[in-house]
Write a protein that binds this ligand. Structure first.
Ligand code: HEM
Length: 405
């Protein structure tokens, strides 16, 4: 995109984007490091597809802010992207000292989770799910594994009973898709979090919300609710998609699966492949210029979102190395960079790899029912998310002899 030539925005809300994201990324990239797009009909955004520009944006807290409120006053109250972009008093939408305070509380709370404890929680969640699907010999690994898995893991970290996990899963799914049901999803999700924090404010437990309530930063129960809201929103969908996208690669690729089950190729390889080629949070890192500015050839106006396309960056990373633009670095930026980079990357990688390893231990002959090329992806500008991942396997009853311990 240049400062003078009006261009047709690339419509990231179209169904075609889910079908062929790389075509859309190429169209954005043809405009230069900063392209012109729409996140929803009539909701324009600048989209950064070049690594150097992205790093500059992510690190420049003087020129750019994370506060969306000036933008919010320009969009319709029922816009489907508001669920993902509306201001809330949490780490993601805060700048400066407020950001440091919220982020430090979250990091300290997550640091209290020991890896072996997290591993146990993941194993227990996989056991619950395999008990449900195992006897059937067939399942959808998105709807019946990856998504409920994350709801179960978070529910347990938040000290909630498993019965609440389905409510959480449904609400987040509606919100992330950014479609007609986004507002309903957001309202249901809000209700879930408020009830949770109110219960913990009344009676503490050994869980994340209680640790946040007791953190020396002195967050009020309302502030804790917003950090929990963010944690679930930022963690559930992307991690479920990381797991299902990785499983689709493993199961759809014969060389991969045969070497994986024989122990030759670690699950982490598949997870890293996803971060390079199908990163779950495809377009986010949303910033707003504090005043009009020229940025990598684009004239950026305030109150218009500047989005980082992690999906495009990962896709073009190798080309940038070949062209000599970043001769030594073909790495993705799927965890972002700068002050808002994902604070729980380590936990997430453990959850994803343990879940997949455990599943393939329980059900060692998982076989895809649909070719990987025929799988469909959910619409929405922000994520890379499979609609379903149907598989079959030898039926397995829970607690039969030879169970993984
Ligand atoms: C347990 C799972 C996860 C949790 C609890 C979590 C939590 C968070 C939180 C709280 C932030 C905001 C940090 C801040 O504003 O200072 C964040 C940022 C971010 N996370 Fe995660 N995350 C999880 C998994 C993932 C996954 C699977 C991905 C994708 C690979 C991801 C990618 C990112 C990115 C790109 C950002 C930067 C925010 C932005 O683009 O605006 N996260 N995460």
């Amino acid at each position: 995109m240049t400062t003078s030539s009006p261009v047709r925005p690339v419509r990231l809300w179209e169904d075609g984007f889910a079908l062929d994201p790389y075509g859309y990324y190429a169209a954005l990239r043809a405009q230069g490091p900063v392209g012109w797009a729409e996140l929803a009909p009539g909701v324009p955004a600048y989209v950064v597809t070049e690594r150097r520009a992205a790093l500059e944006l992510l690190r420049d807290t003087v020129t750019f802010s994370h506060d969306p409120r000036p933008w919010e006053s320009t969009v319709a109250g029922d816009s489907p992207v508001l669920g993902m972009m509306r201001w809330r008093p949490n780490s993601l939408f805060a700048d400066g000292a407020a950001h440091v305070r919220y982020r430090a509380s979250l990091i300290d709370a997550f640091d209290r989770i020991e890896p072996h404890d997290l591993r146990d929680r993941v194993h227990r969640a996989v056991h619950v799910l395999v008990s449900r699907i195992g006897p059937r010999g067939q399942a959808d690994l998105v709807g019946e594994f990856a998504r409920p898995l994350m709801a179960l893991v978070f529910n347990s970290l938040f000290g909630l009973p498993d019965s609440q996990s389905e409510r959480l899963d449904r609400a987040l799914g509606m919100m992330m898709e950014g479609g007609a049901q986004a507002a309903e999803g957001e309202a249901e999700f809000g209700g879930y979090v408020l009830e949770l924090v109110a219960a913990k404010a009344e009676l503490r437990g050994d869980d994340l919300p209680s640790w946040l309530l007791d953190h020396p930063a002195g967050l009020s129960p309302e502030e804790v609710a917003w950090q929990v809201f963010l944690t679930l929103g930022a963690g559930h969908e992307p991690t479920a998609n990381l797991v299902s996208n990785a499983l689709s690669r493993i199961l759809g690729t014969s060389v991969y699966y045969s070497t994986l089950t024989s122990g030759a190729r670690p699950v982490m390889d598949a997870v890293v492949e996803v971060l390079h080629h199908e990163t779950p949070l495809a377009n986010y890192g949303i910033h707003y210029a504090r005043s009009p500015v020229t940025f990598h050839g684009a004239w950026i106006r305030p109150a218009i979102p500047v989005v980082v396309s992690y999906g495009a960056l990962a896709h073009f990373a190798e080309q940038e190395v070949v062209s000599g633009r970043h001769p030594k670095d073909a790495s993705h930026l799927s965890w972002s960079a700068g002050p808002h980079a994902c604070p729980v990357k380590r936990h997430t990688l453990l959850i994803a790899t343990e879940a997949i390893e455990r599943l393939t231990l329980w059900l060692p002959d998982l076989e895809p029912v649909v070719e990987r090329e025929q799988l469909t992806w959910r619409p929405g500008p922000f994520h890379r998310s499979l609609t379903s991942l149907p598989v079959r396997f030898s039926p397995r009853s829970p607690d039969q002899p030879g169970d993984p311990s």
